[in-house]
Design a protein around this ligand. Structure first.
Ligand code: VTB
Ligand code: MG
Ligand code: MG
Length: 316
């Protein structure tokens, strides 16, 4: 893929953040999501590429835009797989709290997991513990492995988990092991990625969340030499059927890094909507609005933080 595609992608997530940030704190998550989705789609369609959404906001019947299978771009140029979450953290924006992002990942055609928008069980760690984890192993085994790899006591580990009822047993097991739990309300993309940054204060993420969010996090973690494993969790007959239709027969299959993101030409891009640990949110000032984005390229492992200053006085 051409390198300057990454600059085009930043414009996509920036415009989505600028649009959805206006909805921060207004208690309207659908409006925030729609603003992000629309802006994202408009900019995407100006980019020279033949893009296909392989995992994202549901299928055509349930998502009006950026649905799985949607074609994006001018239709000319390289064939690209796209994973997308136009607004990761609609509740966050509605409530005006931390860590909402607009985010996409791209790879060459056929290289990103093509799966329905359903739940996924996840485990994410940084580079020290890469190769030492197993999503099927007992919690205590994974925590011991991460502690050993990071040369720490289990009691010093911080394990991020979405604060959901379904995670009651998981949270008990983590606490019983002696490790500490960081409960998050939403936003497991940012938190999963934070395991791969040494100074983030999060050592491992466990639990289930959205599958698109899993693929997005995995692309970033791969480039940062960490490890992500996932297992799709179809709960209904309908979801199992959709899995089969997308070519996934073994629902219990452990999705390793290679199953989720193939090749070494992958980009992960995100822009902050509300302030968070990974990125600052959008700031609207009189003539200039400021955005903060991250671009991670797997080929070189380069991580770039990019500040955008956008003229909003109508002169440009
Ligand atoms: C998580 C979280 C997201 O969805 O993936 C979650 O990280 C999973 O769904 O920010 P539930 O809320 O049903 O647990 C989000 O909250 C929204 O995409
Ligand atoms: Mg979303
Ligand atoms: Mg989301």
């Amino acid at each position: 893929m051409r390198r300057d595609l990454s600059m085009d992608l930043i414009r996509v997530t920036e415009s989505a953040a600028l649009a959805s940030g206006k909805w921060m704190g207004r208690g309207k998550k659908e409006e925030a999501d729609e603003a992000a989705t629309q802006a994202m789609r408009d900019v995407f369609n100006s980019i020279q590429m033949k893009g296909t959404v392989v995992i994202g906001e549901g299928e055509m019947d349930e998502a009006p835009m950026l649905y799985i299978g949607e074609q994006l771009g001018t239709g000319e140029g390289p064939e690209i797989d796209i994973a997308v979450d136009p607004l990761e953290g609609t509740n966050i924006v509605a409530a005006g709290t931390s860590d909402a992002l607009t985010t996409i990942a791209i790879a060459e055609n056929g290289n990103l997991l093509h799966a329905p928008d359903m739940y996924m069980e996840k485990i994410a760690v940084g580079h020290e513990a890469a190769g030492k984890i197993d999503i099927n192993a007992p919690v205590i085994d994974n925590l011991s492995a991460v502690a050993k790899a990071k040369n720490k006591d289990i009691s010093d580990l911080v394990v991020a988990v979405l604060d959901r009822e379904r995670h009651g047993k998981l949270i008990r097991e983590i606490r019983d092991s002696g490790a500490r739990v960081k409960l998050i309300q939403d936003g497991d993309v940012a938190v999963a990625i934070s395991t791969a940054f040494e100074d983030s204060g999060v050592d491992i993420m466990l639990g289930s969340g959205g599958a698109p969010e899993g693929v997005l996090a995995a692309t970033a973690i791969k480039s940062l030499n960490g490890e992500f494993q996932g297992k799709l969790l179809p709960y209904t007959k309908e979801e199992r059927k959709r899995l089969q239709q997308m070519g996934i027969d073994d629902v219990n299959k452990v999705l390793l890094m290679e199953d989720i993101v193939k090749g070494d030409d992958v980009y992960f891009v995100a822009t902050g909507v509300t302030n968070g640990d990974l990125l600052r949110g959008v700031q609207y000032n009189q003539n200039i609005s400021t955005t903060h984005s991250i671009v991670i390229s797997s080929k070189t492992g380069t991580v770039r933080f990019i500040e955008g200053r956008h003229q909003t006085n109508g002169n440009k």
